[in-house]
Design a protein around this ligand. Structure first.
Ligand code: GUN
Ligand code: ZN
Length: 431
């Protein structure tokens, strides 16, 4: 079934960079997006495409709105939804005070299912159509989020957390159970519908060397599953890694040594790296999730986007809720702008859009399916409303370019600026 959507249409063809290369962006002020069976058929000027459109194709019109590709969240924890905005601690204390108690509640499978549904509704309300998601140590946490995403038709990747050290007893697995449970979940979910599985060691501080080795063994048995973990987020964490792994050159070296650095590895944060780490990550095809709201909220540090991209590391945005303070990738992009501004780096709105769409798809090796409106890709998209709030309406009314409009929407954004979210061509029903 063919459908058409008439509005302004904006998407990235490449990374616009710090100078906002105009050839990296495609914008149709009066545009038309044509889709069929959940995939993109064509995008272009309405004046060009409408005369060729068959008379029976339904056209949904969104005057004054901007259609962009669905947002992709490269790092988020669904079990931490209810501890978002918890006061006063840096990473290691925050884990003990807030994250671990919240995750312990997921021993109750029905509670896990309830939060999974609420979490996905919140993603869709914010225009996020794909995410790479941490569960808890409980295998049923991965079942809960993947089943809920499958029932909504979403492309989503998740995994059960592996953790057998430095954590409360009720959240502890073993190298053997981590391996066996993850393998069962991979067989159950990876490649089913639009779902994928990520082997998810929490971070090197909460896995024994036996467990890291088991994760690496599993990764080598399943070369096309994702690997999802945290890296070099907090100074005290990095110092503790150096104490626990004295033979490793760096924190990244620990993961590399256990076979956890490769294509489809996603490392959240990556704040305290050196040039050698960055070139090693790029060479092996690993990617970084830039999580500015979390990095500011937990006082972790400033992500160096210029150094990462100069080294050719793949980078996407992550919200990192509950360490992060919003599920909105627009708000996340606005905080990214400020983090980079503090380091004399530019983040034009076009590049922020890239980091939330095509860049994230490249970081997750999903750019053959997602990230922009190339023919054949999956029809996940967002209808942005520049007039979603009275203030964004006033500000965007006087904007004179799409870059200025997008920057104002991003800087002022909340979920009122997301008029509708489409998943595989279907409007998402958000309860
Ligand atoms: N490092 C290890 N676990 C976590 C977590 O849950 N959140 C964040 N932000 N960092 C972590
Ligand atoms: Zn995280």
């Amino acid at each position: 079934m063919r459908q058409a959507f008439k509005a302004s249409v904006l998407h990235c063809l490449a990374d616009p960079g710090e100078a906002s290369d105009p050839t990296a962006l495609q914008f149709f002020d009066d545009g038309l997006l044509i889709i069929e069976n959940g995939r993109i058929v064509e995008v272009g000027e309405a004046a060009t495409l409408l005369p060729q459109l068959a008379a029976d194709v339904a056209i949904a019109e969104f005057p004054g709105k901007i259609i962009v590709p669905g947002f992709i969240d490269c790092h988020v924890h669904f079990p931490q939804l209810d501890i978002i905005a918890s006061y006063g601690a840096q990473l290691l204390d925050w884990l003990n005070q807030y994250a671990f108690p919240a995750e312990a509640r997921f021993a109750d499978e029905s509670y896990a299912r309830e939060i999974a549904a609420v979490f996905l509704n919140e993603l869709l309300r914010n225009g996020t159509t794909t995410a790479l998601v941490f569960g808890t140590v409980h295998a049923h946490s991965a079942d809960a989020i993947l089943e809920a995403a499958g029932s909504r038709g979403m492309r989503l990747i998740a995994g059960k957390v592996l953790m057998d050290s430095n954590c409360p007893d009720e959240l502890r697995d073993t190298p053997e159970s981590a391996y066996a449970d993850s393998k069962t979940l991979i067989e159950r979910w990876h490649g089913k519908d639009r779902l994928g599985y990520a082997i998810t060691p929490r971070f090197a501080l909460t896995s024994s060397e036996e467990q890291l080795a088991a994760a690496g063994r599993l990764a080598s048995e399943y070369p096309d599953v994702w690997i999802h973990t945290h890296l070099a987020e907090n100074k005290a964490e990095v110092e503790e890694i150096a104490r626990q792994f004295p033979e490793s050159r760096s924190y990244l070296g620990v993961y590399d040594q256990y076979g956890l650095l490769r294509e489809r590895s996603m490392f959240a944060h990556c704040l305290h790296l050196d040039d050698e780490d960055r070139s090693c990550m790029a060479a092996k095809g690993g990617a970084a999730a830039f999580c500015p709201t979390s990095n500011l909220f937990l006082g972790s540090g400033l992500f160096d986007l210029r150094a990462m991209r100069d080294a050719n590391v793949r980078v996407g945005l992550g919200t990192d809720v509950g360490g992060g303070t919003s599920l909105s990738l627009l708000k996340t992009a606005s905080e990214a702008y400020k983090v980079l501004h503090l380091q004399d780096q530019a983040l034009p709105a076009s590049r922020a859009l890239y980091l939330a769409t095509l860049g994230a798809a490249e970081a997750l090796y999903l750019d053959d399916k997602l990230g922009n409106f190339e023919a054949g890709k999956e029809a996940d998209f967002v209808v942005l409303d520049p007039a979603g709030s009275s203030l964004s309406e006033r500000r965007t009314r006087v904007a004179t370019s799409i870059e200025e409009t997008l920057f104002a929407i991003t800087t002022l954004a909340d979920d009122r600026n997301v008029a509708a979210t489409y998943v595989a061509g279907q409007r998402a029903e958000i309860k």
